[in-house]
Design a protein around this ligand. Structure first.
Ligand code: ZN
Ligand code: ZN
Length: 220
């Protein structure tokens, strides 16, 4: 199983990156991205630390560990710049914190995230049909969230993605030890969003492809 949306104490998570990775390894995951919250300034300090840890763990674990970032609560016009900066600093997976139903995320964030070419639009909330279509066109994955609150609109996101041919992906958005769930939880969350067996397989395959693509990307 693969989880490409998690947090460490470099933002508002509880664990240092190496412990988070160890705990996911013990749970039996195959790949993990550590995607701490970043903005125009935090991207400079957070991403290089995650990139360093991911580089040190490469080849030391059965599990693939990827440095990432979650561009969070930025002004929409800053999003593309932060996505680009995160990639240049070594983020292999770039998530954008979408318009969750439980946070005052600025309207237009979903659109700006897709236009910026992030990998995953996290918890897109009341995603519009035109944004879903654009995500399908650009190959931006729409997240089905394992996190309470953000998950309120999972059904809406799954339905809209199916209608327009966009691809969904699971993300736990884990912050603390209590959030760390066994791999079976991934399929449970996807099924809970209304995905059928084939759609669940497609979501898992999309995660595999994204990891493969991320590994090919040049880190710095
Ligand atoms: Zn957080
Ligand atoms: Zn998150």
């Amino acid at each position: 199983m693969i989880d490409l949306h998690t947090h460490t104490l470099l933002s508002d998570g509880e664990l240092i990156p190496t412990e988070l990775a160890r705990r996911f390894e013990v749970l039996g995951y195959r790949a993990l991205a550590m995607t701490d919250h970043v903005d125009t300034g935090m991207v400079e300090t957070v991403v290089p630390v995650l990139a360093r840890v991911a580089a040190d763990l490469a080849g030391e674990m059965e599990m693939t560990v990827l440095a990432g970032a979650e561009v969070t609560h930025c002004r929409p016009r800053h999003i593309a710049r932060v996505v680009e900066r995160a990639r240049r600093l070594g983020a292999r997976i770039v998530v954008v914190h979408g318009e969750s139903p439980v946070e005052p995320v600025i309207e237009g964030t979903n659109r700006a995230a897709i236009e910026a070419g992030c990998d995953i639009l996290a918890h897109p909330g009341r995603l519009t049909e035109s944004d879903a279509r654009l995500a399908a066109e650009r190959g931006v994955l729409l997240e089905i969230s394992g996190r309470a609150g953000h998950s309120l609109t999972n059904g809406h996101v799954a339905r809209l993605a199916r209608e327009v041919g966009a691809q969904v992906i699971y993300g736990s958005d884990s912050h603390d030890v209590g959030d760390l769930k066994p791999p079976e939880n991934v399929e449970r969350v996807l099924a809970g969003a209304g995905l059928g067996t084939k759609e669940i397989q497609a979501a898992l395959a999309a995660a595999e492809r994204l990891v493969a693509r991320a590994l090919e990307r040049e880190g710095q």
